[in-house]
Design a protein around this ligand. Structure first.
Ligand code: BES
Ligand code: ZN
Ligand code: ZN
Length: 478
């Protein structure tokens, strides 16, 4: 499906179907009021009514007319339009300040992943068309609208790219599969790409990551993608948890909790999507994306509760639960990333804890770190982008819960509460002193994957992290 902007008055644009947003207040004065009322249409948010004889699709919208409302309503409307036989849809009058949200709604809301269907149902809808004519006149030159369209499409398509990788099965998307995906992206977008295999990881003394991957027949890979424009304003390091499958290891997950654990690579996929978008937008920011791609399995050579691992930065870790594996992988990848790149900021993305979902619900990313201003900037960026974020606060008492009698730190907390925060405090042991204030950790355990549709998301990966990060980068690295 293509989203197009045509520099012509609305009525001059030919399309098979017109989409119109209507509030409950506008219903009485609508030219098709009688028909709509008869069909039970009340103008409730996202309520749809197709008047095929008028080639009109009417969609209810909240009276507040927020970006969030338009984004999700546009998603629902386009998804419905895809079930008809029309090839093109144009939007009736719209306000330019909601243009980006409408585009996001169309691209993210129409996403379908049918790679595993033997007979995928094709959609007839090819074009979603906007006229440059818009009702609020806040933006009236076609060039500005065109650049909003280009930028929004790049970010929305990068989000769908992330969804596509997350949705692939652990059989198809192994650590090596992640490496191949990264190499293909690097080739296409002119990025530098370095892959470390087991030998490379051994040379780098990344024994925490190696231990997690040891029992798998799909050996681990460390991926480093770099985008280096000539005169960057800032240098940013991104680190992603890329567990292509998390069985829990010897601390085996319960059968029902194991289902969906192909999504444990979503942080790694997110950083690949972010660097894809940054390079396509041509931003003046040097970005490094590191992915720890590993499969956490069981076997005679599996790492065990009771093992002590030495991470890249020299710290020793007492393993008490092999299902708290993401933090072990990140410990080494964070160590490697900081040794390789002197960055202005360090952000990590990980489906790290079920506790984050308990704390914030299934839609919200947990934001943790030492820098209060920076965390607040991220909350604002997330809100602008349409993602949900919430801060989970550190304190010195929680820090004591991961003390170990045997090693430098323990991979699980001694108490069952606050697990998202104690996981982040574990990561803090692997953040260099000079990076403490420049680091933010994002727990995307809840936000990265869904089994029921919400907002602009359908079943599967959501692409969490991409939109909010592009928003933060474009605001703070100018
Ligand atoms: N990948 C999981 C976290 C997770 C759970 C992500 C559910 C998405 C949905 C992580 O590796 C894990 O298993 N964490 C454990 C930590 C515990 C053993 C301290 C958890 O959350 O139960
Ligand atoms: Zn786990
Ligand atoms: Zn995991």
């Amino acid at each position: 499906m293509n989203v197009k902007l045509i520099n012509q008055p609305l009525e001059m644009i030919a399309a098979d179907l017109t989409l119109e947003f209507v509030t409950s207040d506008q219903l009485a004065s609508h030219p098709h009021n009688a028909l709509l009322t008869q069909a039970g249409f009340k103008g409730e948010h996202e309520q749809l009514c197709a008047l095929h004889e008028h080639r009109l699709l009417v969609c209810g919208i909240d009276k507040e007319r927020s970006d969030e409302g338009y984004r999700s309503a546009m998603g629902s409307a386009v998804k419905a339009a895809m079930n008809y036989s029309y090839a093109s849809l144009k939007l009736a009058q719209y306000t330019a300040k909601h243009f980006a949200a409408l585009i996001e709604g169309a691209v993210l809301g129409s996403y379908k992943f049918d790679a595993y269907k033997s007979e995928p149902k094709p959609s007839a809808l090819i074009d979603v068309i906007f006229s440059t004519e818009n009702s609020d006149k806040s933006v009236n030159d076609a060039d500005t609208l065109e650049s909003i369209l280009t930028q929004t499409l790049i970010i929305a398509k990068a989000t769908n790219f992330v969804r596509d990788i997350v949705n692939q099965t652990p059989y198809d998307m192994t650590p090596q599969g992640m490496a191949v995906t990264a190499e293909a992206l690097a080739d296409k977008n002119g990025l530098e790409c370095t892959i470390l295999d087991v030998n490379g990881l051994e040379d780098e003394k990344m024994f925490a990551m190696l231990s997690v991957g040891r029992a798998s027949t799909n050996p681990p890979r460390l991926i480093h993608l770099a985008y280096k424009p000539a005169n960057p304003k800032k240098v940013i390091t991104l680190v992603g948890k890329g567990l292509t499958y998390d069985s829990g290891g010897l601390s085996l997950k319960a059968a029902t909790s194991m289902v969906t654990m192909k999504m444990d690579k979503a942080g790694g996929c997110a950083v690949m999507g972010i660097i894809k978008a940054v390079s396509e937008l041509g931003l003046d920011i040097e970005v490094h994306a590191f992915v720890g791609a590993v499969e956490n399995m069981i076997g005679g050579n599996a790492y065990k509760p009771d093992d002590v691992l030495r991470a890249k930065n020299g710290k020793t870790i007492e393993v008490r639960n092999t299902d708290a594996e993401g933090r072990l992988v990140l410990a080494d990848v964070l160590g490697y990333a900081q040794a390789k790149v002197k960055a202005d900021y360090l952000f990590d993305y990980a489906t790290l804890t079920g506790a984050c979902m308990v704390a914030l619900g299934p839609y919200t990313t947990g934001v943790m770190g030492h820098n209060e201003t920076l965390k607040q900037e991220w909350l604002n960026a997330a809100e602008r982008s349409g993602e949900y974020c919430g801060i989970l606060p550190f304190n010195r008492h929680l820090k004591k819960l991961i003390k170990s009698d045997l090693a430098d730190v323990c991979n699980v907390s001694s108490k069952p509460y606050g697990g998202a925060i104690t996981a982040a405090l574990f990561l803090d042991h692997f953040i260099d002193e000079n990076m403490k204030e420049k680091w933010v950790h994002f727990d995307i355990a809840g936000s990265a994957y869904t089994e029921s549709a919400w907002d602009v998301h359908t079943y599967g990966g959501t692409g969490a992290g991409v939109r909010m990060t592009l928003n933060w980068l474009m605001e703070h690295c100018k």
